[in-house]
Write a protein of this length. Structure first.
Length: 245
């Protein structure tokens, strides 16, 4: 059974960095001394095990599941169940069973925060998670591009309809700034996230730039000290913690 404050990380569409935000926010909160769980409910596009370079799956005891631990975080993902990167071709009832299993049949222990990497959009899985995990705090991830913000608005409205508390919007891929240059390149445009925040009556709580990956890193999506995005996620985690507290 889940304990602690639940933060659902949503997006209107795939490819905007929702899972990256989920994982790095969880790591940053853990490094603040918080007890954190990360649940990957992006059923058809689970990526958390790969992003965090996890090769082992969960164990079980007395018909209960022991979550995988990495970076000081307790983790469950559909990626642990489906092997060899096979596609998930399950229908609604089976998916609902997995969601219930992750919530109620895992030995989570005492937690401060539960980060849920939601499926993009407003489909069946998203509705089931919202129903089974009421009173969660919502973060909406988008890019500056107007089309991305337009689609994200639907996911934001769904959160309001379910009476969840909105923490704000995270704008990913805000700009690219080459090392040792002052110029910022707004590759995906500007202004879409501000307009979205205004429409939803919330605030823009983070702007995350595009950073070239370190090709020698086994976990290129988890940012380390010395990387600008590491500091950005630290700031986001502090803001989230202060807001919820």
């Amino acid at each position: 059974m889940l304990s602690g404050k639940v933060i659902s990380v949503n997006s209107g569409k795939g490819g905007v960095g929702k899972s990256t935000v989920s994982a790095n926010l969880a790591v940053s909160l853990s490094e603040m001394g918080k007890a954190v769980a990360l649940i990957d409910f992006d059923i058809y596009g689970s990526s958390i095990p790969s992003m965090m370079n996890i090769s082992n799956g969960p164990k079980s005891i007395n018909n209960k599941i022991i979550p995988v631990e990495s970076h000081g975080i307790k983790i469950m993902s559909m990626g642990f169940i489906v092997k060899n990167n096979d596609p998930v071709v399950w229908r609604g009832p089976m998916l609902g069973k997995v969601i219930n299993q992750f919530i109620n049949e895992v030995i989570w222990g005492d937690l401060d925060y539960v980060i849920i990497d939601m499926p993009p959009g407003t489909g069946d899985v998203a509705m089931d998670v919202n129903r089974m995990v009421p009173n969660s705090h919502q973060i909406l991830v988008t890019t500056p591009h107007p089309t991305s913000s337009h689609v994200a608005e639907r996911a934001g409205k769904m959160a309001f309809q379910n009476k969840h508390q909105f923490l704000g919007i995270v704008e990913n891929m805000s700009f690219f700034q080459p090392p040792d240059y002052d110029t910022k390149y707004y590759i995906f445009g500007k202004g879409g996230s501000e307009q979205l925040a205004s429409k939803l009556g919330t605030e823009l709580i983070a702007r995350l730039p595009i950073i070239a990956p370190n090709e020698t890193d086994f976990e290129p999506s988890i940012y380390k000290k010395g990387n600008l995005l590491y500091d950005k996620y630290k700031d986001l985690a502090t803001k989230v913690d202060d807001s919820i507290a």
